[in-house]
Design a protein around this ligand. Structure first.
Ligand SMILES: Nc1ncnc2c1ncn2[C@@H]1O[C@H](COP(=O)(O)OP(=O)(O)O)[C@@H](O)[C@H]1O
Ligand code: SF4
Ligand SMILES: [Mg+2]
Length: 321
């Protein structure tokens, strides 16, 4: 196992629900509710789960773009949740995020050059000429013509805009990238090009990835290990091959059943989950998945399943797995 770059422990983000004229707190949305894992240097951890299960909140909490409620996030052995604003600002150079929607995350009034230079200006890095030459080499590196530097976001296609978003995340030479559904908004044909680009960049710049997606097929070819989230909690964690060949959690099995198989001779029964994702403001007692689990038993309604290592390096939270 490689050296740990980042280790998250017992991370929680509960959003207060406020009601009435007095805006009293009447409850909490438990968007992230006790998540912990490590990611090794140069590794890619895929994070999957359906929409609303807390993936973005987790990614943002790790970077302190929103303040977590509790837990620790150790980056190179240091708990960054204790850092002062100034120290956190310095730390941000090392950890960057790429958002799902490249159009919403790029300022429409900024040229590409200005967008890419801004992080260097904020962090007072390099002189003007060096910044511009970095912009051009980054554009080239993500597969865009350096002469596009003076253009605006609307002049690009979705795939090109996401390349700009990736270039912006790389301007400060980070070690960790949190990729929050970076290809979900792109056409299928463009998705694989951007995934290939991310793979190449990872090798070239020795990057560590936390790769968030809502379905398993996207993370398959880029992840070393996969973490499955359900209602802000961890359902399963294992290396990618084990997740695909030997899924243990009924939720993972359901997600997997939706992934198309290229071989027409192999068939897989599609598991349709009943009902919607329960509200994280009022999660089910016992196993959070029991209201939709096809094999739920009595114990599942009463006791929270423990997070345990079912096989070497293969973790699951399920009474029956
Ligand atoms: N700022 C917020 N205030 C209240 N609830 C929020 C906020 N942001 C997200 N949530 C809720 O937290 C849950 C997880 O959301 P999110 O992290 O966006 O999930 P995902 O990225 O997996 O789709 C959802 O129920 C969402 O409505
Ligand atoms: S603990 Fe029970 S309800 Fe939860 S996933 Fe396992 S079998 Fe299903
Ligand atoms: Mg999200």
């Amino acid at each position: 196992m490689s050296d740990t770059l980042i280790e998250v422990r017992e991370l929680r983000k509960h959003f207060p629900i406020r009601r009435g004229v007095l805006q009293r707190v009447t409850g909490h949305v438990r968007a992230v509710d006790g998540v912990g894992f490590r990611v090794g240097k140069g590794e890619t951890l895929g994070v999957v789960g359906e929409s609303g299960c807390g993936k973005s909140t987790m990614g943002r909490s790790i970077l302190r773009l929103i303040e977590p409620t509790s837990g620790t996030v150790e980056f190179q052995g240091k708990n960054i949740l204790n850092l002062s604003k100034a120290d956190m600002q310095l730390m941000r150079r090392q950890m960057q995020i790429v958002f799902q929607d490249p159009y919403a995350s790029l300022n429409p009034r900024f040229t590409v050059a200005k967008t890419l230079m801004e992080p260097m200006i904020v962090h007072k890095l390099h002189d003007k000429a060096t910044r511009m030459s970095r912009v051009k080499s980054l554009l080239e590196r993500v597969g865009l013509d350096p002469d596009y530097a003076e253009r605006f976001p609307h002049e690009f296609s979705g795939g090109q805009r996401q390349r700009i978003g990736i270039a912006r995340a790389l301007t400060l030479n980070p070690k960790l990238l949190i990729l929050d559904e970076p290809v979900a908004a792109l056409d299928v044909s463009v998705q694989s090009q951007v995934l290939n680009l991310l793979k190449d960049l990872q090798d070239e710049f020795a990057l560590t990835y936390l790769f968030i997606a809502h379905d398993l097929s996207v993370v398959r070819h880029i992840s070393d290990r996969v973490l499955v989230l359900y209602l802000g909690r961890m359902a399963e964690l294992a290396d990618t091959d084990s997740i695909f060949s030997d899924p243990l959690h009924p939720y993972t099995k359901a997600l997997l059943s939706a992934v198309p198989i290229p071989d027409p001779d192999v068939r897989r029964e599609r598991i349709i989950l009943k009902g919607d994702l329960p509200s994280p403001a009022n999660p089910p007692k016992g196993c959070p998945f029991h209201t939709r689990c096809p094999v739920a038993a009595q114990i599942c309604r009463e006791q929270v399943p423990e997070w345990r290592e079912a096989k070497q390096g293969h973790f699951v939270a399920c009474h029956l797995a």
